[in-house]
Design a protein around this ligand. Structure first.
Ligand SMILES: NC(=O)c1ccc[n+]([C@@H]2O[C@H](COP(=O)([O-])OP(=O)(O)OC[C@H]3O[C@@H](n4cnc5c(N)ncnc54)[C@H](O)[C@@H]3O)[C@@H](O)[C@H]2O)c1
Ligand SMILES: [Zn+2]
Length: 749
């Protein structure tokens, strides 16, 4: 799907899109970081993050409280003890183009107040595609190893780390306290051998070396980790009782002297030109390294400057990851299959002649939707120069350290003479119901609803998934089996399973794969989930557009299931009216040629509301309240009201809820600091740091920095030459302090 250019978005569209992006990114993070099983490609993920950043840059006011640009990694997996990091473990900002590197240099000079020709050195080193690990040594003895987790708290994997040969158990000549950080990874050869062994043993194989490394390190049984050939490169440090060196290069040498592996391709560079040369050299040697790298990391060499530059919410200002472009290959498209998803979406899947892309054999790829196959985007505009995709075509497959590959291009010169345009089905291949494509939707959907077995099964799978009810022993496979046998047709049936079959556990025992013990465990696991937080329940229902983030927003707003349902019922007539008004407006918009007429028609559409005084005030208020929730918006609200008031669907939800105790959800906490939550203004000349640096420090401590003084200002930091702002602050009774007092307040220079 071709996304709309960010600078064409209206504020309303931007808000809705930020919500959607938060959703998609949260989901990808969970799959990738928590479950080691990514669902989208890295390139696709990076594109989502970039777009989110671009929209936030254009509409700073719309930035969400739970913005993905403020988060690192994913939730911790269950079963590990938690380790709170003394120094946060962060992510890296990305560069994709050469210009981004020059800009990175310019930004740093600007921040530090350095002229364009002042010397400024960097290091360039391969970005290892593994997972980061923090090793804590006290008096030279390895005491603790922790994964990054969400950056604040990681998983304790000490015993697992002790099994890795590259990780020294003892250091001599190290500072009293030293936390060494680096990347755990697996070589290509070890990865291939591991997959062969896994396959022979009938165990799951890994999609790529990164997943294999992450899955192997994060094992509850360290003996499993021992059997996996993991390696480790050191490249950073956390808490340390004395400095390692004055430069990044020096620190790497010191780490090497202490007995760590450091990457031999790390190079000192005198500026962007040398950085790009090093990037090209590392990229050219990539295939011969024997392990995966996904880019080059540049870091300011001078550690003193690194300290001054400091951090944004999730990334250091003094480093950036320059990513390699995605990997591509050509192969033949053998067939197009249609899969039916949870919301009835018909998704076309390309069956490919197997081809190796970036070290992974690819035989399926997504084709997105019917427009994509036809060579159009959702607006009807040409993509790929308008080339359609046909069975028999040679297609370009695109992958970037990822799992679901895509078809990016078609070679018309190699198109077989008898190839015909693909005809997208207009009935559901699973249940035969009509498949409808609504105005403005790029996806065709099966209209069968709950009678469509594909939708019912996908809904159930979603219901029991990790982020939803997470019922131990009831995975996708079991759900399919239970559905086929007619034991579970809808979520409520899960909670009556024991009542219906429990007395005769015999029945379950007689089935493939179930014993007395596992049946009993399943019933117990189900009982454990009879109490469920409201947000999880909402997410589990699998309503279109309601992902984890929207579910949490709704749960926080309404507090209880009863309040939510009451509000929805109340808002529904208004929702319907709104839908009609929008449909009218949309139809007119398409008909209207010129501005004047459009305005006239907009008025007419607005009149739909005006002409309906019987839509009670409360309905309107309930609707406004719903769409007013930060991050919800009309699309989510419509989906929620439509699905929860649709008769069969509502009945099914009511049957489910009757078995549950639903818990309220608490709001999130904030950073603790003397300026957290306060609004600050800087004015005059600061002498110890640039304005940018001061602002960054304040924001890192949870303060908001405003450009002008108002009644909402809590504190004015005024350097010499402060003018009208200081006067205004005095008038408003706002507290004014100087730079030294400011430094003292935030804990020194
Ligand atoms: N496919 C998906 O669904 C999905 C989801 C989430 C994240 N991702 C991928 O994960 C990455 C984003 O996650 P991220 O927050 O870990 O950011 P990142 O991988 O872009 O950068 C930060 C990480 O780089 C690693 N690193 C490797 N070599 C390094 C070196 N020499 N110096 C410093 N750091 C080095 C560290 O582990 C560090 O935490 C991206 O590549 C993204 O595409 C993919
Ligand atoms: Zn169907």
């Amino acid at each position: 799907m071709q996304a709309r250019p960010v600078d064409e978005l209206t504020e309303k569209e931007a808000r809705a899109e930020l919500a959607r992006l938060a959703e998609q990114i949260a989901r990808a993070n969970r799959a990738y970081h928590t479950e080691d099983a990514p669902e989208i490609s890295d390139a696709e993920y990076d594109a989502l993050k970039q777009r989110n950043l671009a929209i936030e840059a254009r509409f700073p006011a719309l930035k969400r409280a739970d913005s993905p640009s403020e988060q690192v990694g994913g939730a911790l997996a269950e079963g590990f003890a938690k380790v709170r990091h003394k120094v946060r473990m962060l992510s890296l900002a990305n560069a994709f183009e050469d210009e981004d590197v020059a800009e990175f240099d310019a930004r740093i000079r600007n921040f530090l107040g350095l002229s364009a020709d002042a010397p400024l050195a960097y290091t360039a080193e391969p970005k290892i595609d593994g997972l980061s690990l923090a090793l804590r040594y006290v008096d030279g003895i390895l005491m603790q190893a922790a994964t990054r987790g969400d950056g604040e708290t990681g998983e304790n994997v000490t015993e697992n780390a002790r099994t890795i040969a590259d990780i020294p158990q003892r250091l001599s000549g190290a500072p009293e306290v030293l936390e060494v950080r680096g990347e755990v990874y697996m070589s290509h050869a070890d990865f291939a051998a591991l997959n062969t062994r896994q396959e022979a043993a009938g165990e799951k194989t890994f999609a790529n070396p990164r997943n294999a490394a992450a899955g192997s390190l994060r094992q509850l049984d360290a003996e499993v980790t021992r059997s996996r050939p993991l390696k480790f490169f050191a490249y950073a440090w956390g808490e340390h009782s004395e400095p390692l060196a004055e430069t990044q290069m020096g620190a790497m040498e010191r780490l090497k002297a202490l007995g760590f592996q450091v990457n031999p391709y790390t190079t000192r560079c005198d500026g962007p030109r040398e950085m790009l040369e090093t990037y090209r050299r590392i990229e050219a040697g990539r295939a011969d390294l024997g392990y995966d790298i996904d880019g080059v990391v540049y870091k300011v060499d001078d550690i003193g400057l690194q300290h001054r530059l400091g951090y944004r919410s999730t990334t250091p200002r003094w480093a950036i990851a320059h990513k390699f472009p995605a990997e591509l290959a050509w192969t033949r498209l053998e067939a197009i299959d249609i899969q039916v998803g949870r919301t009835g979406a018909l998704s076309p899947v390309a069956r490919l002649h197997p081809v190796t892309v970036g070290g992974v054999v690819v035989s399926n790829a997504t084709l997105h939707n019917e427009d994509y196959i036809a060579g159009r985007d959702s607006k009807g505009e040409a993509i790929r120069g308008g080339k359609d995709i046909r069975v028999g075509d040679w297609v370009q497959v695109y992958r970037a350290g990822d799992v679901i590959p895509k078809v990016a291009d078609v070679d018309l010169a190699r198109r077989p003479g008898d190839a015909v345009p693909y005809e997208f089905p207009t009935t559901c291949p699973e249940c035969g119901s009509e498949a409808i494509r609504e105005e403005g939707d790029s996806v065709r959907r099966c209209s069968g609803g709950l009678i469509c077995p594909a939708q019912a099964i996908e809904k159930l799978k979603h219901f029991v998934s990790r982020a939803a009810f997470d019922i131990e022993g009831l995975g996708a496979k079991q759900v399919e089996q239970f559905y086929r046998d007619g034991w579970i047709r809808e979520p409520a049936d899960i909670f009556t399973l024991r009542a219906r079959y429990g007395s005769g556990i015999q029945q379950l025992k007689n089935r493939e794969g179930w014993g007395e013990r596992s049946a009993q465990n399943l019933f117990d696991a189900i009982d454990e989930r009879r109490t469920i937080p409201l947000d999880r329940l909402l997410f589990a229902l699998g309503i279109r557009h309601i992902g984890e983030v929207a579910a949490r927003d709704l749960a926080r707003h309404y507090g209880s299931w009863a309040a939510l349902i009451a509000a929805i019922d109340l808002a529904t007539p208004a929702a319907e009216r709104q839908r009609q008004a929008e449909a009218a407006r949309e139809a007119e918009r398409r008909a209207a040629a010129d501005e004047g007429r459009r305005a006239q028609l907009k008025k007419a559409a607005d009149a739909v509301w005006a002409a309906e005084p019987e839509i009670a005030k409360e309905a309107r208020a309930a609707w406004d309240d719903l769409v007013g929730i930060d991050g919800i918006g009309a699309t989510v609200a419509q989906s929620l009201t439509t699905s929860l008031t649709q008769e069969a669907e509502r009945a099914s939800v009511e049957r489910l809820v009757a078995h549950l105790t639903i818990e309220a959800v608490e709001p999130i906490g904030a950073v603790e600091s003397p300026v957290a939550g306060k609004t600050l203004v800087f004015t005059g000349t600061l002498e110890k740091m640039t304005r940018a640096e001061a602002k960054a420090r304040a924001e890192a401590l949870g303060a908001k920095v405003a450009g002008s003084v108002s009644a909402r200002t809590d504190l004015l930091v005024a350097g010499p030459g402060a003018g009208s702002k200081a006067t205004k602050a005095a008038e408003l009774g706002v507290e004014v302090i100087d730079e030294d007092a400011w430094l003292a307040l935030i804990g020194g220079a």
